[in-house]
Structure formats: C-alpha cells, structure tokens
Design a protein around this ligand. Structure first.
Ligand SMILES: C[S@@+](CC[C@H](N)C(=O)[O-])C[C@H]1O[C@@H](n2cnc3c(N)ncnc32)[C@H](O)[C@@H]1O
Length: 253
C-alpha cells in the first residue's frame, strides 16, 4: 500500500524534520497562525485530535490553550520523539490513509496541520473524521495551496512578475525534496470540498493568507498577492445524514 511507503519515508526523515522544527519552529505556521487560533476560538476543556501531529509541537500548543488533546501520526519515529518531548501527553501511531485509531470518544474539534496532501486517498480519512466528531464539531486542516504551491514566479522583459500556473486540474504525485524526500499528492480544491461534503462535513471557514516571503530574488510585494497556504474548516452536520452521504455523491433536487 502506498501510504506504508510514505510512512517509511517519514520515519527516515523524522530526525531531520524534528530537529528543524525544534530549532526554528514550523515555517508554514506563521502565515496562518493568527487566523488559525481565532478560528478555533476558545478550546479550553474541549476534546481535540491532532492528525499527523509529527513530533507533537502543535498537540502541545493545543494543550497549553486548555484543550484535552491527543496526537496521532503514522510515523513511529516521530511519535517516539513526541512522547519523549511531551511525556505528559497522549500520542498514538496510526496510518491515516486507513482511517483513525479506535478511540472511545467523540471529539469537539479535529485539526490537521500540513498533512492531508501527504495522504494518497482522502475519502477514508474524511469519513473517519466525520464519524469521530460530535454533531456540530469542526474539522480544520491546513495545506499548501493547491493552485499556487510549487508554481514558479517569472519576470518578463518589462520587469512585470507573473505566476506560471500549470496542470492545476491534473492529479499528480510530486516528490518534495525537503528533509530527504516525501510524496505530495496534488489534488484540486474541488476534490477536497466534495470529499468533505460526501461525509456530511460542510465548509465553514476558508482562509488564503498572503504569502510573507523574504525572497531576495522575487519581489515580496508580488509574492504577497498569492496565498501558498490554505486553511479549511468544515462543520459536521446532523448524525443521521452521514450514512446517506458516505461514498455517494449527493443527489440534487
Ligand atoms: C509536513 S508533516 C506535518 C507534521 C505536523 N503536523 C507539524 O506541523 O509538524 C506531515 C506529517 O504527516 C504524517 N503522515 C504522512 N503520511 C501519513 C499517513 N499515511 N498516516 C499518518 N500520518 C502520516 C508524517 O509522518 C508527518 O508527521
């Protein structure tokens, strides 16, 4: 299964990835941080699941804000690191491509920061997320913006900057070199939104922050006119509707 190979990649880059996070923090989070926390609101006393928690820094932040948070990741090496960094917290190993581990609770909030694009198939995961949420609970996930991430900037002879966007509608697997290499499954925003709605998760938040770059080569003011990250929130609708949506497109009319 593809996700097993992906998890093996994450196991082998776990040490480099953790060292980078622990030395410099997560490089994506600053662009969405403010909106992320305001959108989550007061999480004091809430049950929160952190999917693809890596070495656990965000599970710890959620806990610091009063949540009862659990972190889950497929990489045994990253979970080992999380447990040694934050021994007071609960971390579990699970392949998210197969769903969620058996947990005897329904969550108020489920988050996933920079993970869904690393999962080869999202329907199983989104269905499991929906089942694990309380009615009215919310799922928030962040990802590199499917339209603009990895798309190169170009300058024409007049000095005008452009973003060259290619193959947006084509599902592709990209190899990302950072930390030693892992797969990124490019899919459209439509695919994400329809996978959510098929399991009774209706989009409640959509955030496209301006890219804050310190690039010396490309005009930072130009880069600010595109988002390279995306945050999506989706609310779970009433429980009885779920069976009707699972694995079927919704009927119109
Ligand atoms: C870019 S990292 C983000 C980690 C963490 N959320 C953070 O912000 O540091 C992607 C994470 O997804 C996890 N991952 C990738 N594929 C997975 C899978 N099939 N099941 C569970 N976790 C997976 C990796 O182990 C890694 O921790």
């Amino acid at each position: 299964m593809q996700s097993k190979d992906d998890i093996r990649d994450w196991d082998s880059i776990a040490s480099a990835y953790s060292q980078k996070i622990e030395a410099c923090g997560d490089r994506c989070f600053p662009e969405i941080r403010d909106r992320f926390w305001t959108t989550l609101g007061d999480i004091g006393g809430k049950t929160v699941l952190d999917l693809g928690c890596g070495q656990g820094w965000l599970t710890k932040e959620l806990t610091n804000r009063g949540a009862v948070a659990i972190g889950v990741d497929g990489s045994g090496s990253l979970i080992e690191r999380a447990r040694s960094q934050f021994p007071e917290l609960t971390f579990l190993v699970a392949d998210l491509a197969e769903g969620l581990p058996d947990l005897d609770i329904k969550f108020d909030t489920i988050i996933s920061h920079m993970v869904v694009m690393d999962i080869p198939e999202i329907k199983t995961l989104f269905n499991a997320v929906s089942q694990a949420l309380q009615p009215g609970g919310e799922f928030f996930f962040t990802l590199p913006h499917p339209c603009f991430f990895q798309q190169k900037s170009h300058q024409d002879v007049s000095g005008q900057w452009f973003k060259k966007v290619t193959n947006y509608l084509t599902p592709e697997v990209w190899r990302i070199d950072s930390f030693g290499g892992h797969n990124h499954y490019h899919r459209t925003i439509e695919e994400y939104v329809s996978a959510l709605s098929q399991v009774g998760l209706l989009v409640s938040h959509f955030h496209e922050p301006p890219h804050e770059s310190k690039s010396k080569r490309i005009d930072p003011e130009f880069l600010k006119t595109f988002p390279v990250f995306l945050m999506v929130g989706a609310r779970k609708t009433a429980e009885p509707e779920l069976g009707a949506y699972a694995d079927k497109p919704r009927r119109s009319g």
